[in-house]
Design a protein around this ligand. Structure first.
Ligand SMILES: Cc1cc2nc3c(=O)[nH]c(=O)nc-3n(C[C@H](O)[C@H](O)[C@H](O)COP(=O)(O)OP(=O)(O)OC[C@H]3O[C@@H](n4cnc5c(N)ncnc54)[C@H](O)[C@@H]3O)c2cc1C
Ligand code: SF4
Length: 512
């Protein structure tokens, strides 16, 4: 009795649930590079290289364990271009008695997967993705009955569940969360060690050539690709982070610096999201560094919270609220995405660097994504659909389960406050405090109106004025709304006129 075990591109994990009871003498693993997945949005070429190369390496590793792998390459002449087409072709060839697969990371793929059973006329066993600490049904149960559920409450439950940084039933050090200590600006004298690079081997080079040939018009290119594509390299990357950057991860977590995209961040999301690195292993490695006195608690707690807190929480929210979540537009934002998100051609130095880094590396760190790219989109009222698609296209770690709640919810506040109790809106002052971008900018961050005034300032007050009524009863918005209410009407009118002028120029395609 042959089982056809289908492994998707972000499922390159030895302990995957769909491979658990694999019988190497009878079963076949199907792995297919399909055009539909490369083009349903025009992904950054480095993201496509990462996934296809990780798949090819993983297929080799399975074969080395004696597993029969049927591997369909993107340019195989008979490739139908879709998962469904390839599953049905494999069923016709091998006549399996059942299909076994691990649930996918995107709603659209799950909907497709649910049709395989009928189309193939055999059972399709869709298994839980056990690589996450919180199963979808666990999160559902946790969320049930909670009107507003918050990451922090969920995170504490995950700390208790995993035992990470626990001292019996109490949090290590007496506090659950050390975030207030993790918001320091980065002094000029502090240098960040360069992150490790993983030069492409022959397999990756083949994939790079394939991707460069097939997707020349996508945003970005394959040049300089140096991400881990195997479990071994992903673990090397983790060890390098723990040894060289973790100790300072907390202090400078929110800092940004022109020309240095990674700073003290871990650069492991691409590996965890493709299944090359176990999230719990990453957390345990960080905890061990703390226990050995190699990294302080604020850094280690902050890192672990991102993974067992935020990462698991956003996935829970995604599966709990899809498919309606993908259509939410709670702030009625309608402006089209301006071209500067693709060209980086803007006088705003912060956005210029964030987009340039993204294009070059398919990476930007959390604060660039949230407080520069996301903040501008929020303040300017860009349409969530267009912003979400951009974020899904440009980052090598972007899958809808993680991208959508972060963008539509956390950055754009379009979900009515599920992901955050208040919008992450800020003026230029925040960017100035946390980065050196403003020093090299054509705009003056200290001014709100007049030629050369920082656009974030006028846009911020315009946003507050536009949405003040919506947030009137939100205690976390009380301070800015109080300032707004005390502002001289003439001053507010001038700021709003400045914002309107800026947006009109941007909409007209002028270089702003
Ligand atoms: C607007 C926006 C869009 C984002 N889109 C994505 C995305 O498509 N894919 C993605 O993996 N992350 C996304 N994030 C979260 C976060 O920015 C990235 O996970 C992080 O920048 C990856 O780099 P790193 O590995 O160096 O992370 P570090 O800063 O070193 O953090 C360690 C790990 O924590 C996890 N993590 C941290 N914050 C989050 C978060 N908010 N949600 C989920 N996991 C988190 C990641 O797995 C990350 O690898 C987004 C955040 C924002 C604000
Ligand atoms: S002055 Fe304004 S636009 Fe320029 S870098 Fe600073 S925040 Fe960005």
């Amino acid at each position: 009795m042959t089982a056809l075990r289908v492994v998707l591109g972000d499922q390159c994990t030895a302990g995957l649930s769909s491979l658990e009871d694999l019988d190497p003498s009878a079963d076949i693993v199907l792995m297919a590079e399909v055009m539909k997945e490369c083009t349903y949005v025009p992904h950054h070429p480095k993201k496509i290289v990462l996934i296809l190369s990780a798949m090819r390496h993983f297929a080799r590793a399975l074969e080395a364990r004696g597993v029969s792998v049927e591997y369909i390459q993107l340019d195989d002449p008979d490739n139908t271009g879709s998962f469904r087409g390839e599953v049905l072709r494999a069923c016709a060839r091998h006549q399996p008695s059942r299909i076994v697969v691990t649930e996918p990371g995107e709603w659209r793929v799950l909907e497709d997967m649910r049709t395989w059973h009928e189309a193939a006329g055999i059972e399709c066993d869709i298994r839980d993705d056990t690589r996450f600490l919180s199963r979808i049904q666990d999160f559902r149960a946790w969320a049930r009955g909670r009107g507003a559920f918050r990451m922090e409450t969920f995170y504490r439950a995950m700390r208790l569940q995993t035992g990470l940084l626990m001292d019996g039933k109490e949090p290590e050090g007496g506090r659950w969360n050390y975030d207030p200590e993790n918001r320091k600006p980065l002094p000029r004298a502090v240098a960040a060690p360069p992150p490790p690079r993983f030069p492409p081997d022959a397999i990756t080079q083949d994939v790079m050539a394939l991707v460069a040939a097939h997707f020349p018009t996508h945003f970005g290119d394959v040049d300089g690709f140096a991400l881990p594509v195997t479990n071994r390299d992903a673990r090397v990357a983790l060890a390098d982070f723990v040894e060289n950057r973790l100790a300072q991860f907390g202090d400078w977590q929110d800092a940004m610096r022109a020309g240095e995209g990674v700073l003290f961040h871990a650069l492991i999301s691409t590996s965890m999201n493709t299944g090359l690195l176990d999230p719990l292993e990453a957390c345990r490695a960080a905890e061990a560094a703390f226990r050995m006195g190699l990294a302080p608690l604020n850094a280690v707690e902050g890192f672990i919270r991102q993974i067992i807190g935020w990462r698991e929480f956003v996935r829970g929210v995604y599966w709990l609220r899809m498919p309606e979540y993908a259509g939410l537009n709670g702030l009625d934002a309608v402006r089209p995405l301006p071209g500067l998100y693709w060209t980086a051609d803007t006088r705003m130095n912060c956005l210029h660097h964030a987009v340039s880094d993204t294009k070059a590396h398919a990476y930007a760190h959390h604060i660039q994504r949230l407080m520069v790219l996301g903040n501008f989109a929020l303040l300017a009222g860009l349409h969530p659909d267009e912003v979400c698609e951009w974020f899904l296209v440009v980052y090598a770690d972007a899958y809808e389960w993680v991208e959508l709640p972060n963008v539509r919810g956390m950055a754009l506040h379009a979900d009515g406050g599920v992901m955050g109790s208040k919008p992450y809106a800020s003026s230029g002052a925040y960017i100035n405090r946390m980065s050196d971008y403003c020093h090299g900018c054509e705009y003056d961050v200290t001014r709100g109106v007049g030629e050369g005034a920082c656009p974030f300032n006028a846009l911020y007050w315009d946003f507050m004025a536009r949405h003040g009524d919506r947030f009137a009863r939100n205690p976390r918005m009380a301070m800015p709304l109080r300032t707004l209410s005390k502002m001289e009407p003439d001053k507010l009118a001038a700021l709003r006129a400045q914002a309107a002028g800026f947006l009109a120029a941007m909409d007209a395609g002028e270089r702003v």
